[in-house]
Design a protein around this ligand. Structure first.
Ligand code: HEM
Ligand code: HEM
Length: 171
């Protein structure tokens, strides 16, 4: 049994978006800033804002959609651990976007969403608070990276070792 089209689409967009964000974020100073820093930072910020919206859409769609039961072979501890990792993934992606967005507002940094329109600045200038909030951005990135790696290993485990239908339902 598969999740509906919207859930699979939002999940795919989040997976692709997060991987792009890791690449641009972690290799920004060494690579992307040298290629075209302003362009890649605009893309990083635009994908970040989009991800916050898609995460909210995924949560709403998941809550409104039919639940698919876990395979009978999975213990309640296993299901509990899976849920913790999923909750952590949602939370970290959202916090990554929020730390970036709120800090850029407090710095009064004007940027365009995919070079399309100016993102309005709604918060007053406060660079000290901005720096404090932005200092959490890398920490959420490291936690998210660990969770994504665990998540991908879990998917591989379900596909190749447990050989159940979990991966099919999301892809
Ligand atoms: C899911 C969303 C996001 C992810 C996964 C993400 C990921 C990352 C990562 C991994 C880094 C490198 C951290 C380090 O090692 O120092 C980074 C840096 C950065 N991010 Fe994000 N980010 C996201 C959203 C945003 C948003 C929404 C903004 C701003 C509106 C933003 C602005 C920045 C800036 C300014 C840097 C510093 C780049 C540099 O000068 O090295 N990010 N991000
Ligand atoms: C790279 C970033 C990724 C993020 C942030 C992410 C995030 C998530 C989240 C939040 C859920 C929970 C959905 C829910 O039940 O409410 C989920 C489920 C799932 N993801 Fe990912 N995912 C990523 C990549 C992947 C990849 C690469 C695969 C497959 C190879 C994958 C396979 C799955 C599967 C099979 C489920 C359903 C698990 C279950 O219902 O127990 N994900 N993902």
């Amino acid at each position: 049994m598969k999740y509906n089209f919207l859930i699979r689409l939002f999940h795919l967009l989040i997976a692709i978006g997060v991987i792009l964000q890791f690449l641009i974020g972690f290799f920004f100073d060494d690579l992307f800033a040298k290629l075209n820093g302003a362009f890649f930072m605009t893309i990083h910020k635009s994908i970040g804002l989009s991800l916050a919206i898609v995460v909210i859409l995924l949560i709403i769609t998941r809550l409104l959609s039919k639940k698919i039961p876990y395979p009978k072979a999975m213990s309640s501890l296993h299901i509990f651990l899976a849920k913790i990792v999923h909750f952590g993934l949602y939370l970290c992606v959202f916090c990554m976007s929020m730390t970036g967005l709120i800090a850029s507002q407090l710095f009064q940094s004007q940027w365009q969403f995919f070079y399309w329109f100016n993102v309005p600045i709604l918060l007053p200038q406060n660079p000290e608070l901005g720096s404090e909030i932005f200092s959490w951005h890398p920490w959420f990135a490291y936690i998210l990276l660990v969770l994504v790696i665990l998540h991908i290993f879990a998917a591989l485990y379900h596909k190749y070792i447990a050989k159940d239908d979990i991966v099919k339902k999301m892809l």
